[in-house]
Design a protein around this ligand. Structure first.
Ligand SMILES: [Ca+2]
Length: 381
């Protein structure tokens, strides 16, 4: 009986989807003419949905504990990290002021001096030459005047660096940009699935062998000496290294990327889940940094990740980050639901079809969008 019900509703859903598609297709003469196009905007890549195993069983990284059979719906993701030029367009259009450009409030930070409360951010500063030992995290220096326009302090600037990923972006800055762009921050599951690039059993996005030519990472002993075998001492222009199997650049290395998920070491509730959202804010906690409170998951590692320290240039790697703290190696990229581009409101369909599981509805829609992508040449899957 339920099967019959599902089939009847499937027709209803498909009818709704087809009517939405007709409106979309009519507004896109190029698609009708059969030219290459996609439900995703041109700066994004279509990622066909599917199931995969998140995480690893690496005993050195307990926070990577495996969650099997995690399913994500099809989605669009930006080809590269958000650049300085893109962020500048947003700031020009909205007048937005980032967290690093605002003074800290006296109420929230009464123990700090006026100087210490002035706008700024954390900048990586390597130990002076010859020094062989330093305290953990002492290479992060609070730098007044450091922000996305001045990534390494007030004397630095982003002239000629339009195509570098924007940094010193706090979580709320990324969300403000996403709201303006009409996109969203990826969930951790979406990010990790996209970073895999169809390679679901390898350590790196490109295979099992580390290579300085595949991602912007640190070669040599961090934080003392960078051999620069990859050609870069710091941030690289987006797209300087080969793309992964989905055509995405810098998913590992270059700069860390914010995700929408709150951080917890375990992956409670993520096994056998569909479009998981991670834990709630109150559940978020990292025993390594108990003083920080709730933190978001960041992914991909950065140009500061070396084999002797961090090694987070792997799709499964994850780190916690306080929402109000940017730094000179954290940026972001965004995702978009292709169904919304096509004018399909899944929440409305779920409401209209209370007898049908949301997963079933999503699967029908995903199959439809996949057919569309293949049919009009948007996907090479
Ligand atoms: Ca990255």
């Amino acid at each position: 009986m339920r099967e019959v019900n599902v089939n009847c509703v499937s027709f209803k859903i498909l009818a709704t989807v087809l009517s939405a598609w007709c409106c979309w297709a009519l507004s896109m003469p190029i698609a009708i003419a059969g030219q290459a196009t996609s439900a995703c905007p041109s700066d994004m890549v279509y990622i066909p949905g599917g199931s995969f195993t998140m995480g690893s069983d690496n005993p050195d990284f307990v926070e990577e504990k495996i969650a099997e059979d995690v399913t994500v719906s099809s989605f669009c993701i930006e080809r590269h990290e958000v650049t300085n030029a893109q962020f500048a367009t947003f700031v020009e259009a909205t007048g937005y002021v980032t967290v690093a450009e605002r003074s800290l409030s006296k109420e929230q930070f009464p123990h700090l001096s006026d100087d210490e409360r002035s706008p700024g951010s954390l900048v990586f500063k390597p130990p002076e030459e010859g020094i062989q030992q330093v305290a953990y995290l002492s290479w992060w220096q609070w730098t007044p005047g450091a922000n996305w326009r001045h990534p390494f302090g007030p004397d630095s600037n982003i002239q000629g660096k339009d195509d570098h990923p924007v940094v010193h972006i706090a979580y709320e800055d990324a969300v403000a940009y996403a709201n303006w762009a009409g996109k969203q921050l990826p969930t951790e599951a979406q990010w990790e699935y996209a970073a895999r690039g169809r390679r679901f059993n390898t350590i790196f996005t490109w295979g099992n062998q580390y290579s300085p030519k595949q991602a912007n990472t640190w070669q040599g002993k961090f934080p003392f000496f960078n051999q620069q075998q990859d050609g870069f001492a710091g941030i690289a222009p987006v797209g300087s290294f080969p793309p992964n199997g989905f055509g995405l650049f810098d998913m590992t290395g270059n700069v860390w990327e914010w995700t929408a998920d709150w951080f917890r070491i375990d992956r409670r509730g993520m096994e056998h889940s569909f479009n998981p959202l991670g834990p709630s804010r109150v559940e978020s906690y990292d025993p390594k940094k108990p003083w920080e409170g709730a933190m978001h998951v960041i992914k991909g590692g950065s140009y500061l990740c070396a084999k002797n320290y961090c090694s987070r240039y792997r799709p499964v790697a994850r780190e916690s980050q306080a929402p109000d703290t940017g730094t000179s190696h954290i940026g972001f990229r965004l995702v978009l639901d292709p169904k919304s581009t096509l004018g399909i409101d899944i929440n409305q369909l779920v409401k209209d079809s209370p007898d049908v599981d949301k997963y079933v509805i999503s699967k029908i829609l995903d199959d439809f969008v996949d057919v569309l992508e293949r049919g009009i040449g948007g996907s090479d899957d």
